[in-house]
Design a protein around this ligand. Sequence first.
Ligand code: AMP
Length: 574
Amino acid sequence: MRIGIDLGTTYSLVGVMRDGRAEIVPNALGERQTPSAVSIDDDGTILVGAAARARALTHPERTFRNFKRDMGTDREVGHGGHRFRPEELSALVLRQLVRDAEAALGRPIDEAVVTVPAYFGELQRRATRDACEIAGLHVERLINEPTAAALAYGLHQRDHHPGRESRIAVLDLGGGTFDVSVLEIIEGVIEIQASAGDASLGGEDFVALMVDALSERAKAQWGFDPRSMIHARARLWEACERAKCRLSSDERVEVEVPRPGPRLEGGEPLLLSLSRPEAQALWEPILQRMHPPIRRALRDAGVSPDDVDEVVLVGGATRMPAVADLAQALFGRPALRTISPDEAVAQGAAVQVALKAGDEQLDDVVATDVAPFSLGVSTVESHGRRRLDDVFSPILERGTVLPASRVERFVTAADGQTKIRVEVFQGEHSLCRDNIKLGEYTLQGIPSGTSGEEAIDVRFTYDLNGILEVDMTIVSTGETSTLVIERAPGRMSADQVEQARQVLRTLKFHPREALPNTTALARAESLYTELRGPARELLGTAMRAFRLALEEQEPEVIERCRGELLALVERFKH
Ligand code: AMP
């Protein structure tokens, strides 16, 4: 069976199509979102999801989150004997998602459509594929998150307003990325006309600014910085994350700034108050950074804001009123949120699964996508006797409809030249050094001649997954070579992927059936460290009762105690 997976920075979701409608598959805890978090338990077992996320506060040094931001790099994290690359951590999340979905659907899952941010470049896309491979999951297709969201909305529009032509702008602000896409729906054809974004702009940046501002205020008052200790920083981060979400509905929040101390408890915390206007003033630089990608997507699609019929908000961070206000100011109309902003991407991935499978109910739906960035090579330009090197010559421009294949001819730049070094870059800057290098290949065996006499054809083929293949042909001999973008830094080799697969098989995982209990305890423990006074005592008593029940292994007692514990967690959470 096939599923759609939204492998998110903060949360991941699974979608399937049932009776022509996209649905979210709940995980083992019955929750629709699984935190993209991995933690190593005291006994070395691996915890994934909500239990891991709750441990971010109590065990920050052995809990890993936000690793999606490191995809395509060599950055490893670890604790004790364990070391993980971002692909491996993502594989652990994927493995859990698949297991949970298999249990919920009652069928084995062998293939998936996985979403990636449109701004994920070549290396990050390959890293995502590697993560799937490590998890033993065949990826049928990688699709861009905004495209997926657009598909979910496209299908929704088609079903609710059949026959209507419309142009939609999708603004997707997730935990770590911002994507904008412009699409047009005409008679069931969903055409993505342009897609742009900022790969390092997301909900987390809003939190980071709050952490900094409140730390500065605490420093001025106390004389020391809560950011200087890992536990205090982790707790302040959590407090700011919650405060940010509360500011989406409340006008003012109180944030507890933990006092750094040698132990978890630390000293008496400082209560700082933050109003929504104050927070919005803090966030202004980030809100400003949302403008250029929106302008670029509109320009690439050749439309003005007035030409857009509907503005759709996707991604948890679009719940912030400041983001909805920004969209309204730019487009002159309130934005739509018909589908839950957290679920549109996973739903769209499920739609893509059904499209690929030729689902009859989607017979008249066709979706096209475009390349979100330009790909090209480095060339040398001669200006009289002067030579300018490092010039970026795009071969596939951003906005090209996928799949695409383009060829460009280059000639030798010197007399007697028998080799040409082809360096491949991704980006929009005029000089290669400002773009991202994807790989290089030295093409040998060019017949010696005078400058400009011999030519090579460089062909870029860009598939629907956004993965590039580069072929180079010496025109006079017909000899062709293929550049394999594999050895770039930040890319795992095939052997490393295989090895990671083996390692994953030997890891000890926390038993799935124990997860509800472990997660309840981890959530309670995390909250316990934050509470004081009678609330803390009450929670402590409930935790002890639950631990005793677990030891006595009485299923009914365990269930009752867990229910009571979770009810307390809910009550004291805010
Ligand atoms: P996503 O990657 O789409 O799951 O988005 C996650 C981001 O949305 C995180 O940065 C969350 O803090 C943020 N988020 C979720 N709910 C809210 C809310 N009610 N208000 C503000 N931000 C939110």
